[in-house]
Design a protein around this ligand. Structure first.
Ligand code: SF4
Length: 471
């Protein structure tokens, strides 16, 4: 039963990933569209999955009803959840949809009040059939969606999905839809301590451990190709972001700044470019997150809201570190993945559960580890870098103005990227020994997220979202 909103608004159970479930790099870094992994990518996948379920009944569909609960209801308009549902029901997926075609598809559905599904056209009047249950939370997760389809023979098909962060969905009553079936990894780890122990036992780097584990899904050459595609997509979002200008959608009148900053930085003399390194890093992150806010193509890293941090730090490595190469970028992504797995297994990367510490904080921690690795850090130094990257993001709330992934999100990614670089260099100054372990800081993030009032967890009911007048 839905529960009314209260001060905490916390569902009593969570759709947390079982720590024994194997997670792949392909689950963590997915190429999709903006502006939100949990509110756009996840709902689109859920709507697509629902239509595929309905198709099994082999009956014409006469009506579809969709209900959004919790954070999805409160910030769904700003996060384009409504468009995502329409697209998913139309048979589009985040990976395959052409961002440029989206306005045409959505406008046609709205004008004709009908969705062209794989089962044929189905009447769909958004005002009647897509219901934002604001203030109602379902058991299990703050991002819940209920679908119901009426079939021609009078039967109904109903499903509930939870969007659990990073674009991943869980169908209630089923296990998490990860590529984990029958997977046996060579060096499984569910904690940073186990990850470090695997390194001690084998003499392998964290990146090499993850690379070996990925062989449970595909040969090494295919993993390399996957990592190259991810890196290329990340860099593509930086490049597109630096070319585009104008206002971002949504009504806040936020101006895209990346193109102008890029032009100013390029105009500086070559011998001054290294002195402006943090301006470049901020630009890279800004470019990705402006692209994300515009609904463009980005990579969940590990989420869309935090999509700029890792690409910006990788670009820093490529542009400013002598000797950087494609193998280094793969090492970066594999190492960052190891850290991302730990947050997914031991806490959450959903802002609706953890606030922004679970998005930009986690991305910062992952990027710090990746950079420490490619700069020659030991496993202990890498773990230290990841710990520092999160320690100084603890308590970071999620309070997007107007429910849009723009303020504070875009600039916040620049902060996360710069902080990640600092965390990596701080860790590399030491010998890997440190007081607060990565496991301890992940547990602290989890507890802090659970104690955080829901108004600071992607509901736009507190913080900047209520203290800034929209004009
Ligand atoms: S404030 Fe952080 S967690 Fe919230 S929408 Fe923005 S980037 Fe995501």
């Amino acid at each position: 039963m839905p529960t009314e909103a209260n001060q905490d608004n916390r569902p009593r159970e969570r759709s947390r990933i079982d720590s024994s479930v194997a997670i792949s790099v392909a689950d963590l870094f997915t190429i999709g569209i903006g502006p939100s992994s949990s509110h756009t990518v996840g709902p689109m996948r859920a709507a697509f999955a629902f239509i595929e379920e309905v198709a099994k009944a082999t009956q014409p569909v006469t009506a579809i009803r969709v209900e959004l609960f919790g954070s999805l209801a409160l910030t769904g308009h700003g996060h384009a959840t409504d468009r995502a549902i329409l697209l998913g029901l139309s048979g589009e997926t985040p990976e395959a949809v052409d961002p440029a075609a989206i306005p045409g598809i959505v406008d046609a559905i709205r004008a004709e009040k009908r969705i062209a599904t794989i089962l044929g056209p189905v009447p769909f009047d958004e005002e009647r059939d897509l219901i934002f249950r604001k203030g109602e939370f379902l058991e299990g997760h703050s991002n819940a969606i209920r679908f119901a389809a009426t079939l021609a023979n009078g039967a109904t098909v109903e499903r509930e999905y939870h969007s659990v962060g990073g674009g991943a969905i869980v169908a209630v009553g089923e296990t998490l839809a990860l590529r984990s079936h029958n997977i046996v990894q060579r060096h499984p780890f569910a904690s940073a301590a186990e990850m470090l122990a695997a390194g001690e036992e084998t003499g392998l780097s964290i990146a090499a451990i993850v690379a070996r584990n990925e062989e449970a899904w595909r040969p090494r050459a295919e993993t390399d190709a996957l990592l190259d595609r991810i890196a290329e997509a990340m860099n593509g979002s930086i490049e597109r972001g630096m070319r585009e200008e104008g206002l971002l959608p949504g009504g806040l009148k936020v101006k895209r700044r990346a193109k102008a900053i890029h032009a100013r930085l390029r105009a500086q003399p070559a011998d001054q470019q290294y002195a402006r390194v943090f301006e470049w890093v901020s630009l890279f992150a800004l470019a990705v997150n402006e692209e994300n806010a515009a609904g463009g193509r980005v990579v969940t890293a590990p989420t869309n809201g935090a999509a700029g941090v890792i690409p910006a730090v990788i670009r820093y490595y490529r542009d400013f570190i002598p000797g950087a190469d494609a193998e280094g970028v793969r090492c970066f992504l594999l190492t960052a993945s190891a850290i991302g797995f730990l947050y997914k297994k031991r806490a959450s990367i959903s802002a609706a559960e953890m606030g922004c510490q679970g998005e930009v904080g986690v991305a910062c921690s992952m990027a710090a580890a990746g950079l420490a690795a490619v700069l020659g850090g030991t496993n202990a130094q890498i773990e230290n870098a990841a710990e520092i990257g999160m320690e100084h993001n603890l308590g970071l709330t999620c309070d997007p103005i107007g429910g849009l992934v723009q303020i504070p999100c875009i600039e916040r990614n620049t902060m996360g990227a710069v902080k990640a670089i600092n965390a990596a260099y701080l860790a590399l100054q030491g010998d890997g020994r440190h007081v607060v372990s990565l496991d301890a800081v992940i547990e602290t993030m989890r507890q802090t997220g659970e104690d955080m009032q829901s108004r600071y967890k992607e509901t736009s009911l507190g913080g900047l979202a209520v203290n800034v007048v929209e004009c």
